[in-house]
Design a protein around this ligand. Structure first.
Ligand code: ADP
Ligand code: MN
Length: 495
């Protein structure tokens, strides 16, 4: 027996698991914070931000708007929760303290256990003396320090009430439960990350754009459209392709009287992952409409140019009366257009729909017509025409996906046209349309050229010869722009 009495074993026990979970929680939280608004950092050091018309301040504004909207939603959810819990009970509780006051308030150092803060300590009213305001209280062997296990434990338990209401803390608050600081901190961190997670889930439900499908910058762009009231809601993703993601949205109100936003919209987001677009260089690089601009552009702008191209091409088609989506707005790499389909269900692609032989024939005649109109009136070659990019809606065929469309004078324009003709002929011949022209006849019918070769190889060779001739012609006569106005007549391939 030791004369000095039993050694004081008040050191707070702390398991490895506690430490681990706390560290993990911190790491996770840090990760989340970094992931939440990485573009704010990008604004400061992004290599592309130095361009003339890039408004960096607006990104910050967007981030703030997003945060504001987020807070608003969070508070609305709190209010719902509060209402649900209170019902029509006479005694009601308030979640006022959980409301988001300011988005940038959440400095984590403030959130550390603060022993002076007893605002929400229910024990304070009952036994004010057990709340040590200074380091210790009492006399002799009754001395109580602020590190007293029991007191701290109770206070920690009481503080769990500060966690968001949806965070399940169990019955601990009602019991005389003592939480060690480690456990409390771990729980607190967990509560915060839970709060964020559930907020994210909630956000996902209301705006399915929050999918991983788009990057944060695009998300902000979309949020801005919704916030501005231009779009009512973005309901979900229609298609995820290699180069674009398409969403469905309900149209909102237009800021200007003269413009009407369609009740349902399709949002085509051109992917900003650059490498996907590498193989498309040949379309745009040789398109004289974009030639001067191409060389000076960074990849980000090139992607915007795809969106811009689609917009211009759709507008031309619209003006010619070709059934196609109507452009609503273009913002950077995001193109909003009218939705082909109804009640969130997109019109089926021609490849997916089974048409009666009558409709099949009707569709063919329509497409032949559209291809001619496209060439002659719009001065365009679709360049990706197939049963994948034609939708069947309202008893007719609609053309979509025209970002890669080029003018016939494009150095490969006629080759693209021939490829389109091959796809169309094959589809309708297989589909049993007796009237369907073969690809060479179709090519001549669309272009107005008269290539007489009766086999594909020779035909192809003649096409290339024509293209070469046009190229030389351009070389000799300087600028193409002076020869063909960009919205004028189709080119004349004279002998
Ligand atoms: P991609 O380059 O990814 O093929 P598309 O423009 O062809 O881009 O769009 C992909 C898919 O999204 C289409 O096949 C179609 O199903 C759907 N889609 C695109 N635009 C619309 C629209 N305006 N209305 C309805 N569905 C559309
Ligand atoms: Mn497509």
């Amino acid at each position: 027996q030791c004369p000095w009495g039993a050694p004081n074993t008040t050191s707070i026990s702390c398991s490895l698991a506690d430490v681990m979970s706390e560290q993990l929680a911190k790491e996770l939280q840090l990760e989340e914070e970094n992931a939440a608004f990485p573009e704010v950092v990008a604004v400061a050091e992004g290599p592309f931000i130095t361009g003339e018309n890039v408004d960096t301040s607006s990104d910050l504004m967007l981030a703030q708007m997003l945060q504001m909207e987020f807070d608003r939603e969070y508070d609305a959810q709190l209010r719902r929760e509060e209402k649900k819990i209170n019902g029509d009970s006479k005694v009601s509780i308030s979640f006022e303290n959980y409301r988001k006051v300011h988005p940038y308030d959440s400095d984590s150092s403030e959130d550390e256990v603060d022993w002076q803060d007893t605002r929400h300590d229910p024990y304070r009213a009952d036994k004010p003396t057990t709340t040590p305001r200074r380091g210790f209280i009492g006399k002799g062997k009754d001395i109580t320090t602020k590190h007293d296990e029991v007191v701290c434990g109770r206070k920690n338990t009481a503080r769990m009430e500060n966690f968001a209401p949806e965070f399940q803390v169990g019955d601990g608050i009602g019991m005389d439960l003592k939480l060690s600081n480690q456990v409390f901190n771990a729980l607190k961190q967990h509560a915060y990350s839970e709060e964020r997670r559930s907020a994210r889930l909630h956000e996902k439900k209301e705006h399915s754009t929050a999918e991983k499908a788009v990057d944060p910058k695009t998300r902000l762009l979309l949020y801005k459209m919704v916030n501005a009231g231009m779009l009512e809601t973005i309901t979900g993703c229609i298609s995820t392709g290699k180069e674009s993601v398409v969403f469905h949205a309900y149209g909102g109100k237009s800021a200007t009287e003269d413009k009407v936003i369609p009740p349902e919209c399709a949002i085509k987001v051109f992917k900003t992952t650059l490498n996907e677009f590498k193989n498309r260089d040949k379309y745009i690089k040789d398109d004289y409409r974009f030639k001067d601009r191409f060389s000076k552009l960074n990849p980000r702008k090139i992607i915007r140019m795809w969106a811009e191209k689609e917009m211009h091409n759709l507008t031309r088609m619209q003006n010619a009366g070709i059934p196609c989506p109507q452009v609503v707005i273009l913002k950077k790499h995001v193109l909003v257009m009218s939705f082909i389909g109804q009640d969130q269900v997109p019109a089926p692609k021609l490849k997916d729909v089974t048409l009666s032989s009558e409709d099949m024939k009707k569709a063919y005649c329509q497409i032949l017509n559209m291809m001619q109109q496209l060439y002659k009136e719009c001065n365009l070659v679709h360049a990706d025409l197939s049963e994948y990019n034609m939708l069947w809606h309202d008893g007719k065929v609609w053309l979509i996906d025209v970002s890669q469309s080029v003018e016939p004078t494009h150095p490969h324009g006629l080759e693209f046209l021939f490829r389109d003709c091959k796809n169309v002929s094959q589809f309708f011949q297989k589909g049993g349309v007796a009237e369907a022209l073969n690809e060479r006849e179709l090519f001549n019918a669309v272009s107005g050229l008269n290539i007489t070769a009766d086999n594909e190889v020779d035909f192809q060779a003649e096409i290339e010869a024509l293209e070469k001739m046009n190229e030389d012609h351009v070389q000799n006569h300087g600028k193409k722009l002076s020869m063909f106005s960009s919205d004028g007549d189709p080119p004349i391939y004279d002998e």
